[in-house]
Design a protein around this ligand. Sequence first.
Ligand code: ADP
Ligand code: MG
Length: 339
Amino acid sequence: MRVVVLYDPGADDWSAADIAGVMKAVDDLGVIFGAMGHQVQRVPVKHDMRWLQTCRRADLVFNLCEGVHGVSQWEEHVVGTLEFAGIPHTGSGLWTVAACRRKAIANAILEKADLPIPLWILAHGKIADDFPLPAIIKPAAEDASAGLDRQSVVADRKMLRTRIAAMTEQFDEVLVQQYVPGREFNVGFVGSRTLPIAEIDFTGMPEGTWPILTYAAKWHVGSAEDLGSRPVCPAQISERLAIRLARTAEAAWRVMQGKGYGRVDLRVDDAGRPWVLEVNPNPDLTDEAGLSRMAQAAGWEYPELVRRIAEVALRDAQGAKAARELLAPPRRSRSARTV
Ligand SMILES: Nc1ncnc2c1ncn2[C@@H]1O[C@H](COP(=O)(O)OP(=O)(O)O)[C@@H](O)[C@H]1O
Ligand SMILES: [Mg+2]
């Protein structure tokens, strides 16, 4: 089988570490599919569309693009192109990726479907005086905690105005949302399977900082916010809460028509009620990221997670036969070639 691993080669402002991070994920997949006896091609996505010709010849495209040229909005264009060309690919479809990247759109759809979404508003003009505080101010169409730092949560009106003004200078659309105090959880999916729930333990956060996943917490390894936000999987929670979280996350995933693999971020308030913060189609899939940790808790080593994501994509696109071929143990002649 021919497998293409599709990735974003990055932009001029990417550091060597940024590029190395992407290439590590790409190479890990290359090794995993190579060991299964498949031909692997690593293909960078550029606007020249040459990548599409290579993808057309593939049996499966493993899509690692979170954008093109570092621009997150192009992520959905890559997915849409694969979908339109009828090329089997991992992860969610165009509609899901596009809708979920716009937090206001996703929130509106989820709310309409009766899912619990903390009160929110787009920061056009003046925010009503009775908008509940504290509130968090986040970019409305970014992910990976872009634009989130220790000043993102505000507890008074003056700070709210100042922060909105600063954020609207940087981002086209800014969302203000009621801050939900309480524990934070992630629910992951692979195909129709819900993985063991993870919790972000914020007990180590520096004094006087809000317990949220800031950009530094996610990306600056060793920073106070990284060290203060420790993922725990499986989460130490009651069966009852686990079921409640899973049901809420599954409903959100269904409403957003998620496919392949994904992750829903939630918080639980003092009354034990879950609130959906975000639905993430095609979340970070590197071995160090949340989904891999959840898969580990389910007893899957990283190659098994990757294989299952591929299997789900192939089953969807071509039915069980192609998926069985992927699952088959490597043939001797083929594996000899890849060693
Ligand atoms: N309404 C909220 N209440 C409390 N914390 C929030 C809220 N919204 C976001 N956060 C915090 O900010 C982090 C990032 O927000 P999220 O909406 O998941 O965006 P991103 O796409 O950047 O991951 C969350 O993991 C959580 O810690
Ligand atoms: Mg998130």
